[in-house]
Design a protein. Sequence first.
Length: 247
Amino acid sequence: MTGENIPPNGCNWQRPAKLKLNEKSTETITSIFASYKRGSDAHLYELHHSALWHMLAWLSWIAFIALAAAQSRTRIPCGLPPFVTKLPTKQAEQLREAWANYQNGTSCVNEQKRTFEIVASLTEAERAAVFEFRVEPVAVDDHFDTTPRFIKMLSPEVKEGFDAIWMNSTTPDAEKHKRLREYAEKKFNAEQKEGFEEWLAEIIKAKKAMDERISKLSAKSQQIREEERKLMQSMTPEVSKELAGLI
């Protein structure tokens, strides 16, 4: 043993480099080794044992303090919440009444329970205003592509010719369907023809169901519907764009 790190009376005990004891603990452990008699291994073991238990007790106390501090940071504090000034009049009065008889240092379980009940009675908009958070709208893609697959497969030129027939509102439906079939027979490939026939069959089916409903309308309802149809057909693209979402 060297004398460089030897406490009084020669025991070679040195505090671990990373262990920072307070001044009182350092003095206590130093005094433990003050009675060491050089060469007595049994005595040295006894002193080490005493010093170790002292350090463990000190570290346990530090851990307890840290745990208590952590708990105090997460526990909801007692007392009238500061957001009372942001509450609607009714709820603000209820909250002040709930905390009116509270005394500092006493348990506030009942008061906090009542606070949660009052907050729960708020509407979503009121809670957002009180606690200053915004409910972000959820983006929903409500656009559905209803374009038939066979039309997507057409070249721009072929599609233009198809649209010219389909969008002509002056042609009676039966004649329009005949012209579309003739056009498809000339311009479409086998896969496009198959898709077209399925689509046209659904169109004819839906038209038949609509005609049946119309036939059951009263004379006045049929008159109004016909007037609406003529009015809609008379709108120019500019007028239609201007009235979008209004009618």
